[in-house]
Design a binder for this molecule. Sequence first.
Ligand SMILES: Cc1cc2nc3c(=O)[nH]c(=O)nc-3n(C[C@H](O)[C@H](O)[C@H](O)COP(=O)(O)OP(=O)(O)OC[C@H]3O[C@@H](n4cnc5c(N)ncnc54)[C@H](O)[C@@H]3O)c2cc1C
Length: 490
Amino acid sequence: MQSAIQTPPGFMAWKEIQSLVGSIKTRSLVARPTSIEQCLETLVYCRQNGMTICARGAGRGYGDLALNDGQALLDMSAMNRIIEFDEEAAQITVEAGMRIIDIYQAVHHRLLTLPASPTESHSSVAGAICANVNGKDAWRQGSFAHQVISLKLLLASGEILTIDRSHELFNAVVGGIGLLGIIVEATLQLKPIPSPYVEINRIPVPDVDALLETMARVELTYDAIVVWVDAYARGRRTGRAVIHTAKWLEINETESQRRDVLKAGYERLENHRQFGLALHERFGPILSLMLHAQRPMMNLFNRLYYAGGELLAATGRSSNTELFLRFAFEASFTVPPAHLVCGPRGYTVQLTFPRSGAREAIVELLGICQSSPCPPVTTILRAHKSDNCLISFSEDGYSLNFEFHPKKNSEAASREAVDRLIDATARRGGKIHLAKDQVLRPDQFYRVYPRYKDLLKIKRQLDPEGLFTSDLARRVGIDPVLNQQRPEKK
Ligand SMILES: Cc1cc2nc3c(=O)[nH]c(=O)nc-3n(C[C@H](O)[C@H](O)[C@H](O)COP(=O)(O)OP(=O)(O)OC[C@H]3O[C@@H](n4cnc5c(N)ncnc54)[C@H](O)[C@@H]3O)c2cc1C
């Protein structure tokens, strides 16, 4: 790379950028391109000035995977147009920065849905591809990788490659956390649905055996599932949970009726989100303070939540009809969302384990949580299906998503418990979701993702100067040009 410092293009400016809940604060030269030409211009500028680039979608990952402190960020949020919608084939081609919720707004009233959508509906398509996200339908529809038909990748050389599912780079780029190039466009497979409604059921299960037996049954007949787990229940109650299931319903409505009902649904989602944010703004500090008594408080909350589930089941009110939107995107368990309540010192760990031995895994992982001075504030279980991506979180098994809020005086002991969770996961061949990670160290990353070597091999061919990187890549030790001289942070 040359070292001459030039003036950045007009659409680039130095800005403070922080992680989702503000625990990581960075400063980057941010470009917000509106065209592929401006993406190229950014590449040229960065190469000429010895800077690295990290693409950023909507910045809805929890940690540092879309941060690049002291270097360039390519904010793709303005590249958010639909390029083509082939309704007959149920396929949509969009620019990289288009958000999941925008795709719903474009196609859901036409009785199409986008499987594998994460709860964070504001995530962008390219962000979902690069982190290979999963939805509440993951064991049935697979990860986001399964929904991608093809994508266009802008390489460090300036060349644009079209990569379809049969291309040798497909499984490296999908899930590749943006290290191989900039995704500028993607074509996704949508799924026909009978209506935008689902029947929702809440099934309380008293222990881990009932949990796994019921999961095996509901996975056969339902379309989406998410499980609230009481991580505080011990002994014979270990694994006590409430399983939330959803099944698509056939409901006859005209398109204009669907449009109206969905419009109200989107508004409600947005109101709910704003309400959660407002609540957090007003009462966040109090809620966070209350979390100092998290063990008794969350223990009580979980008991009440489970008892509520039992009461609904006993009185025959455990099922109702809802818009799928609500089931998929409203983090209906907690308002405001747990990650906000957990605040800057909080973090999330989502880990997988295979179906065989799932009982032992759940008992061990929950046991580790209970031995921690700060057990998780929320614990969610999902079922998954594997894919072939080099860096893939998905496997045939289950995941547990823990939201931690360590107290200041027990941060080290809490971290020690998290290390034991990671060790127990690696021992079983499980994975840690990079979209949510901010704790993995290089030794842990290499154990969990041994195929990182294959990714780096490809990276050295496509991006020999190491143009594309991120704070996460540096943290987990997969920035191949770590020792290279970088310009000083401004
Ligand atoms: C409340 C909440 C709920 C969530 N629920 C789920 C869930 O259910 N399932 C799940 O799997 N995840 C979930 N997530 C995580 C989130 O969906 C993912 O992190 C997703 O990747 C975020 O998308 P984004 O557009 O914000 O990506 P960013 O965070 O901006 O980026 C993610 C990665 O993609 C890369 N990238 C982005 N755009 C491009 C591009 N154009 N070219 C190349 N690389 C690019 C970035 O460099 C980074 O490595 C949740 C997050 C939150 C906050």
